[in-house]
Unconditional design. Sequence first.
Length: 351
Amino acid sequence: MLAELGEVWWPALMFTLPIAAAGALLLSFMRRYSIMAAVTVLVLIPVIAALVGVLGVAGFMLDPQLRATVAVCLVVTAVSVPAGLLLGRGLARDSVWEREARERERAAESARRELVTWISHDLRTPLAGIRAMSEALADGVVSDPAETGEYARRIGRETERLASMVDDLFQLSRITSGALRLSLAAVSLGEVVSEAVAAESARAARKGVRLVADPDTSWPVVWGSDPELARVVRNLVSNAVRHTPPDGTVVLAAGSDDGQAWLRVQDGCGGIPQPDLDRVFDVAFRGSVARTPQGQAEDPPDSGAGLGLAIARGLVEAHDGRIEASNHGPGCRFEVRLPLAEAAASGPSGR
């Protein structure tokens, strides 16, 4: 055996080394494009190298014993190549899943850091105001009854702002953690819109913005949770009023098509830059400086954390709906699509 090995090892090495080198180059090239192809090459190279080595040592003289060896190599190839393809497919699927999981994790971590940064900044602003005004009252710097009352009202407004921010954070955490549970039933969009318009009409009037519901609208009935849908509409209307200049108009309309209900909130904000349209629903996104909340003495800013639209998207998607933003006319149009009650009546009653 050792004598035979001493006779054939050099010719075998001469024939197999080029195959192995070519296979290594091909493998390094294929790894950039396809894991399945790389695994297939990895399986084929030993079989081809062994076959060429055997044929080379035998001088390519196909005697019966050599033909049997070639047949065995062919059978091994027929078995190993499909096995390599299956293995490569599994590895490719796992690799894609892991890459997507890492990307989702990085995006979530980036969103969390951004949210913490925004919230830390926004919490400091009202807290600093409350602290300064409370110290002024405690130290007797402000003693006039009218000024004292004004300070108290300002502290109350800042407290309401903080409470709104905390409530938004709690709602967003329920959405992102999967802890949100909806009690679904038939809900009239007309009633939800009416409540939102009534709640925001005072602030719109103070700003000089007309807030109207399209009188020609036939309000559909959707399958959803009343409190969550009310919050969606309230957030959209509040956002529209905040970004619409005085003497502007915010219009709400609704309808149905293709088995879905739609609700549109049209404002007069002047439009959103095209690159920002896909980001308006991101957590803490505010866009340009012109679109950041502007606090006024008589109308303090809302939560100011940039969470309203993110919460609206989360709640709409929890209803198996979708929400989109687009530029339309003098401003922006936010469109919500939800399942109609009649189309979803046979579905589950809660989630």
